[in-house]
Unconditional design. Structure first.
Length: 85
């Protein structure tokens, strides 16, 4: 939960707006939770792929996805992907 709160505060999460409709806030909170969960899963996969010989390409793909998601969270662009949902 702390990670979701930190990411939300840093990225200007729409669900933090006092005037956000409850349904919209729930959707956006769920989006933040999903992104944080995905980052954690990618971290775990990276830790395991690091120890497996011959998995260099898989490791690079996982790292690229994790890094892109982290940047999107930090920059707030994560909210642009589902605007109007």
């Amino acid at each position: 939960m702390r990670e979701v709160e930190k990411a939300a505060a840093k990225s200007g999460a729409p669900f933090l707006a006092a005037n956000a409709p409850l349904a919209e806030a729930r959707i956006r909170w769920s989006q933040a939770f999903d992104a944080s969960t995905r980052v954690a899963a990618l971290e775990d996969a990276l830790a395991h792929a690091r120890d497996v010989p011959g998995q260099d390409e898989a490791f690079r793909r996982l790292k690229a996805e994790r890094d892109a998601l982290r940047r999107a969270i930090k920059a707030g662009t994560i909210w642009e992907d589902s605007a109007g949902t």
